[in-house]
Design a protein around this ligand. Structure first.
Ligand code: NAP
Length: 253
């Protein structure tokens, strides 16, 4: 109960591993959660070896309500110093042609699991008057994005949820931030169905650096990369027809 764990969902690859690495380097004990046990074992062993931290692994499908509830209960029981709500995926292609089951899974993971885990950690963080929650959103949160329509809507939720919560938690000692990466070099694009799109990518380490810098400044959200920042702010000012046209061009090239 006295342990303070940094819980990293999607801790088996990509951004999750980079977040875990950074937190371990700062001395946090790391609790990885994803479906791929073998990959998490490798990450955990490396972190223990390199940083002398304790690690814990939960092999859990966070899109599954029952498994998620059990995991959330474990997390609520433990002392959690950081929650990195990072697990998520996208599906490229038109909504009409998409698999309804995959769409539901995406919403369960990107939206419901993220929200339930915040519920799980907040009482403990509030009691201790300290803690940090990083919700991984996306630059897709800033405009409707045809060909990734549900994904972009799910990330708009993450951004709005996190920024509202940021205001509610002011003065409590608990920080929350929405991290909004643009295209980043991970397994994300292959999992989304096309690794050939959006090839100008940043590294997971860049995203993590920018996120922690903004978290320390108590910002409600941060966009990684100057070009991504310029794009996100410019599209907000453009008419919706233009916004969606540009977004569609980008997701299909
Ligand atoms: N890469 C980008 O360009 C980019 C841009 C903006 C935002 N993001 C966001 O960044 C976050 C991390 O993605 P990434 O880029 O690191 O991609 P990634 O390498 O594909 O990692 C996704 C992670 O989510 C986990 N995951 C997927 N489905 C899961 C499930 N049902 N239950 C539990 N864990 C699950 C995966 O682990 P298992 O497969 O082992 O379960 C994996 O660890 C996501 O929220 C994504 O939306 C990425």
């Amino acid at each position: 109960m006295d342990n303070t764990w940094a819980v990293v969902t999607g801790g088996s690859s990509g951004l999750g591993v980079a977040f875990a690495e950074r937190l371990a380097a700062e001395g946090a004990d790391i609790w990885l959660a994803a479906r791929s046990e073998d990959r998490m074992q490798e990450v955990a062993q490396r972190l223990e070896h390199n940083y002398g931290v304790a690690t814990r692994i939960s092999s859990v499908d966070l899109a599954d309500a029952g498994a998620r509830a059990d995991f959330a209960a474990e997390v609520a029981e433990a002392g959690v110093s950081h929650l990195i709500n990072n697990a998520g995926f996208a599906q490229l292609g038109d909504f009409a042609g998409s698999d309804p089951r995959r769409t539901t899974e995406m919403l369960e993971l990107n939206v419901v699991a993220l929200t339930e885990l915040v519920h799980a950690v907040l009482p403990g963080m509030r009691r201790r008057g300290s803690g940090a929650i990083i919700n991984v959103a996306s630059t897709a949160a800033f405009q409707p994005t045809p060909s990734m329509t549900v994904y972009a809507a799910s990330k708009a939720y993450v951004l709005r949820f996190s920024t509202g919560l940021w205001r509610e938690l002011k003065g409590t000692g608990v920080r929350v931030i929405a991290s909004c990466p643009g295209p980043t070099e991970t397994g994300f694009w292959e999992a989304a169905g096309n690794d050939a799109v959006m090839k100008r990518r940043r590294t997971p380490e860049q995203v993590v650096d920018v996120t922690f810098e903004a978290l320390h400044k108590d910002k409600p959200f941060v966009i990684d990369g100057a070009a991504n920042r310029a794009m996100a702010f410019a599209t907000r000012l453009a008419p919706i027809g233009f916004q969606t046209k540009i977004a569609q061009l980008i997701t299909t090239h």
